[in-house]
Write a protein that binds this ligand. Structure first.
Ligand SMILES: Cc1cc2nc3c(=O)[nH]c(=O)nc-3n(C[C@H](O)[C@H](O)[C@H](O)COP(=O)(O)OP(=O)(O)OC[C@H]3O[C@@H](n4cnc5c(N)ncnc54)[C@H](O)[C@@H]3O)c2cc1C
Length: 410
């Protein structure tokens, strides 16, 4: 990967930039390109037939409130972006040598520069589960509309997978008065993204809301019944029959085009801190773009927006570099949970009890913050960002003492 301005021989505004994917990252690339003065041709290939939208509300407000497409930008803003839409169209073939993209209807689009913002799709661990009536996943607006309707027609929901999406849907279902059973393979919730202390707090949150949480589930099977329901079996548990089972067991990144183009791929597409892939004319943004420092795909709203903005600026030849820590949030039962940083097995946990909820600080052997998880404490996250960027040394006893004013460490 080279860290030099794009368009060595061409003025930015003479170029044709093609964005594949009409999600959050694709939207922010387009918006930023125009904001930074790009007046060349801008094409977006999107396989969903709607304007750019953001996904966090799909597991929350869309299920429990008014079902309104959570668009990223107003109609006026979208119009002003002057996008040539290819929608609904799927990009099928990327020929990086020829600089062409071929769509599912055979249209061949030449590009000067291309941004892959293809996101991810829900992964079902056992292929046969997809054919079981009542087994659903949640990724798109249409999935959310269908799930919302299904929740209105069932007294009970089974959630397969105790990760963030599963838990958010569990919380939304409880709000609607639906009984919920969660089946998690690991012995704790959200094990990949938080420490065991946070998992325990999440477990309390859900059990207190009446969710039946089954941990350490093995030999899980989902079978159709003769009357169109789902039968759920797991070793050591009673068989459960339900109308609706949401599978929330992770995602597969949409990497086919990146593979065809021969891009370097690890967990996702390998990019530098400007989103540039191993091909200088192809960039990647959002979920598929591996974080340049953490070497993992974050699947985070903040990353999909802010990394995409940096990509667009790099396309305009600017020298901004993406350098943000991981930051994600979740809303469950009115509790706002924010996570800064990623888990580190060598760090120790310091728990602080605040009136609004607990804060978990994870400190490395040199007492620097590696991860912070805050329940209803947005201010703590702001402080944590500063501490992380300055590598500040912290005193565990102070952090744990609710009488100690964290703001004094600003
Ligand atoms: C239900 C849900 C709730 C979430 N809640 C939170 C949250 O609370 N907090 C948080 O930080 N993050 C949350 N996230 C994660 C966040 O929404 C994602 O990280 C973000 O949407 C990633 O944006 P993206 O543009 O990379 O991918 P996407 O938003 O998935 O957009 C990619 C688009 O590209 C399309 N596409 C793929 N392949 C092609 C192709 N070949 N041709 C044309 N189009 C194609 C896809 O269909 C999709 O429309 C949530 C995600 C989901 C699904």
């Amino acid at each position: 990967m080279t860290d030099q301005p794009v368009s060595k021989n061409q003025e930015p505004n003479d170029r044709h930039i093609v964005v594949v994917g009409g999600g959050q990252a694709g939207g922010w690339v387009c918006k930023t390109l125009r904001r930074e003065g790009f007046s060349g041709q801008l094409t977006v290939v999107a396989d969903e037939d709607c304007d750019f939208y953001e996904r966090p509300p799909l597991s929350k407000a869309v299920l429990t409130g008014e079902p309104e497409l959570p668009t990223l930008f107003s109609d006026t803003d979208i119009h002003s972006l002057d996008i040539h839409w290819q929608r609904p169209r799927s990009a099928r073939t990327l020929d990086a040598d020829a600089h062409t993209l071929t769509l599912d209807d055979g249209t061949v689009i030449p590009y000067d520069q291309l941004v892959l913002a293809t996101g991810a799709r829900a992964r079902i661990p056992v292929a046969a589960w997809s054919d079981v009536p009542g087994v659903v996943t949640l990724r798109s607006w249409q999935d959310a509309v269908n799930l919302r309707e299904a929740l209105g027609n069932t007294p009970h929901l089974a959630v397969i997978g105790g990760g963030w999406i599963g838990l958010e849907v569990a919380a939304s279902a409880r709000k609607l008065g639906v009984e919920v059973s969660v089946y998690e393979m690991q012995d704790r919730l959200c094990a990949r993204s938080v420490g065991e202390e946070v998992s325990a707090a999440l477990l309390d949150l859900h059990r207190n809301a009446g969710v039946q949480v089954n941990l350490g589930c093995t030999d899980l099977s989902l079978e159709p019944t003769a009357d169109g329901q789902v039968e759920i079996m797991a070793r050591g548990l009673n068989t459960l029959t339900t109308r609706l089972a949401l599978v929330g067991t992770g995602v597969s990144f949409n990497l086919d085009l990146a593979r065809q183009a021969g891009l370097a791929i690890e967990q996702g597409v390998v990019v530098d801190d400007q989103g540039r892939t191993s091909n200088p004319d192809i960039f990647a943004a959002g979920d598929i773009a591996q974080h340049p420092k953490l070497n993992l795909c974050l699947q985070s709203w903040a990353y999909a927006q802010n990394q995409a903005i940096v990509v667009a600026r790099a396309l305009m030849g600017q020298s901004e570099h993406y350098d943000e820590p991981a930051w994600l949030w979740s809303d469950q039962y009115g509790t706002n949970i924010q996570m800064l940083g990623v888990p580190d097995t060598d760090s120790r946990c310091v728990r602080r009890e605040e009136a609004d909820g607990p804060v978990f600080f994870y400190l490395d052997t040199r007492d620097r913050l590696t991860q912070l998880v805050a329940f209803n404490q947005a201010r703590a996250i702001k402080l944590g960002k500063r501490w992380m960027s300055s590598q500040r040394t912290l005193v565990a006893e102070d952090l744990a003492d609710p009488a100690f004013n964290l703001m004094s460490l600003r």
